[in-house]
Write a protein that binds this ligand. Structure first.
Ligand code: SF4
Length: 269
């Protein structure tokens, strides 16, 4: 798929956020070539008239200079894009930000790509850094339907393994958790040796959008039924929480969007 790259200059790059446990987000890219159908960030299409989510990326070309400003508090990279999506190979905005950023910055990077391996030398220079990989069980038909352009799950788990080997603090972001389709036990058994902790996020069926809801209803009707039924969904959430608690892994953030937005620390249970 041809992706339109729109190069712009931004006024600032550190944006205050309500993301749990973070003070700022940095988005050197807006838009994402991975084009996951359920992506919650596609709401950005309301303010960017460039076309369908996944078909365009806005690149803030002056982001590295703007990122030189030192800020205190946790900085999350990125919230409405993937910092290591394919265009990064050519533009290198993420790499240049890492080069220019004050190494005292408390930085948390989230990606689905193993391109971040390229930057291990720079990651190691930070005093306080963590890198997370989103993992899920989407394979075969499910992967084609939901995440056609992102690296596969095995590559992401390998990325965690390599980061750990390089001495970088890691976390796995298990998302989106969809009833019947995500097997938490399998994901934990494949990744627990390579991560310091997990963030687990239940599917946000509203933010995932109409196209995703239609796709899910048609191909996985049982999952859809559970997601839209409050009682069934709450029961599914309780079962998921218990699986996580019994597994013994650290889950400081269990995120739900329905019936209300909530972030629960399962380590405290
Ligand atoms: S990789 Fe992340 S930001 Fe990119 S489309 Fe997928 S969910 Fe959205």
């Amino acid at each position: 798929m041809a992706v339109e790259i729109i190069k712009v200059d931004a006024k600032s790059i550190f944006t205050k956020t309500k993301t749990p446990n973070a003070k700022y987000v940095v988005n050197q890219y807006i838009g994402c070539e991975h084009g996951c159908v359920y992506c919650y960030a596609k709401f950005m299409c309301r303010w960017r008239d460039y076309g369908k989510w996944g078909s365009w990326v806005e690149a803030k070309m002056n982001a590295p200079e703007l990122a030189r400003k030192y800020v205190t508090g946790k900085v999350v990279m990125s919230s409405i894009s993937d910092p290591y999506q394919p265009v990064e190979k050519e533009l290198q905005l993420t790499r240049r930000i890492l080069q220019d950023m004050d190494k005292r910055t408390e930085l948390s990077i989230l990606t689905k790509s193993n391109l971040r391996l390229r930057d291990v030398d720079l990651l190691k220079e930070f005093n306080k850094i963590e890198v997370g990989l989103t993992i899920n069980n989407f394979e075969g038909k499910m992967k084609e339907l939901f995440e056609p352009h992102s690296p596969n799950n095995e590559e992401r788990i390998n990325s965690l393994k390599n980061l750990k080997k390089d001495g970088i603090k890691t976390f796995a972001f298990i998302s989106p958790v969809i009833p019947e389709l995500i097997d938490i036990n399998i994901l934990i058994s494949k990744s627990r040796d390579f991560v310091n902790y997990y963030i687990v996020e239940m599917m946000n069926i509203n933010a995932a959008g109409k196209e995703f809801r239609k796709l899910l209803k048609k191909n996985y009707p049982k999952s859809y039924e559970i997601l839209i039924d409050k009682d069934m969904f709450e029961e599914f959430m309780d079962v998921t929480k218990n699986v996580l608690i019994e597994s013994g892994v650290s889950v400081p953030q269990f995120v739900t969007h329905y019936p209300k937005f909530e972030v629960v620390d399962l380590c405290a249970k």
